[in-house]
Ligand binder design. Structure first.
Ligand code: 13P
Ligand code: SF4
Length: 305
């Protein structure tokens, strides 16, 4: 089958089987073209509550599909390709965080949404990259144990100096591939270009950027900016999407190695097979996990208002 034939079949099956397709911004262009909603982790969490179809297919990684299930437990939720895991989500054991909670009873535990549903059950609130600063400002407690991404945590701590953030050593292995040497080289090659990076990058890289934001904030910034060239410090699919969307501007990756193989695991044929009922994984979570994890996600949605 050609790409266009697969796309037509996907559109037909979505209607026939009452599916909504959610896609994270890191998905490839062909998946963007068949998705109903595309965005960053915060936007996808909001959409998870709003969609009216009985089935939802997540093109992203596992914690994103789990978030949909937690927010809409009555829906049947599928992860398009079950090997799509976020390595950061598995970096912190629940038992370790439970012990830290005992040792630090006056701290609120705030988790990046890139965590397992199980870990979310013992957290006070979740954040995403686009909502973290606002949420940390709005949390009544001044003492925060921020897990698992110490790079995002460092960036948030600098924006909200009135709060004390205790950070652990976790983070995104994809964004850690970007170094200050990459920034130096990119600035030499493209001196006019603005540097836009994700806060999952190392603080030394973030400190050299012209703009720091979530995936969709980077896209919006580049689209609305008067500048004509940009160096992008996040997963390289964003470079591809911006090239499609802004033909009059130039986009360069900060590092050609900033590729998330988990985000890239999902293909258009995976989506097609999942809609046919031949592939994908239905997300099943225990009621108790949904109930407890939901509190931290609801808190995120409330505090981000
Ligand atoms: P955002 O799209 O929320 O910026 O998240 C980035 C990311 O790494 C998702 O896994
Ligand atoms: Fe996880 Fe990083 Fe991949 Fe996002 S880019 S899914 S944080 S490994």
């Amino acid at each position: 089958m050609t790409i266009n034939e697969i796309k037509e079949e996907i559109e037909r099956l979505k209607k026939e089987k009452d599916f909504t397709i959610l896609a994270h911004a890191y998905q490839s262009q062909d998946i963007w073209e068949i998705a109903d909603y595309i965005g960053d982790s915060f936007y996808l969490s909001q959409k998870a509550q709003e969609v009216s179809s009985s089935n939802v297919l997540m093109c992203g990684v596992r914690f994103m599909a789990e978030t949909v299930k937690i927010l809409s437990p009555e829906k049947t939720v599928f992860l398009a390709n079950s090997i799509a895991e976020c390595p950061m989500a598995d970096q912190m054991d629940k038992e370790v965080i439970e012990q830290l909670k005992e040792d630090m009873p006056d701290y609120s535990v705030v988790a990046y949404i890139n965590t397992t549903a199980e870990l979310k059950t013992i957290c006070d609130a979740c954040v995403t990259s686009s909502s973290a600063v606002k949420i940390i400002k709005n949390i009544p407690n001044d003492k925060i144990l921020f897990i698992p991404d110490c790079n995002l945590g460092d960036w948030v701590a600098k924006q909200v100096p009135e709060k004390h953030l205790e950070l652990l050593r976790g983070g995104c292995p994809t964004h850690l591939r970007i170094t200050t040497a990459n920034v130096k080289k990119a600035k030499e090659l493209y001196p006019e270009a603005l540097i836009l990076v994700h806060p999952e990058c190392h603080p030394t890289v973030v400190g050299l950027a012209d703009f720091v934001g979530s995936t969709t904030e980077i896209i919006s910034y580049a689209k609305s900016s008067k500048a004509k060239s940009f160096i992008i410090g996040t997963e390289n699919s964003i470079v591809e999407h911006l090239k499609f969307e802004c033909q009059d501007k130039e986009f360069y990756p900060l590092s050609k190695d900033c590729i998330c193989h988990n985000m890239k695991a999902t293909t258009l044929p995976d989506v097609y097979k999942c809609l046919k009922g031949e592939a994908g994984e239905e997300i099943l979570l225990e009621e108790d996990v949904i109930f407890k994890a939901r509190k931290s996600i609801d808190e995120m949605l409330r505090l981000a208002k």
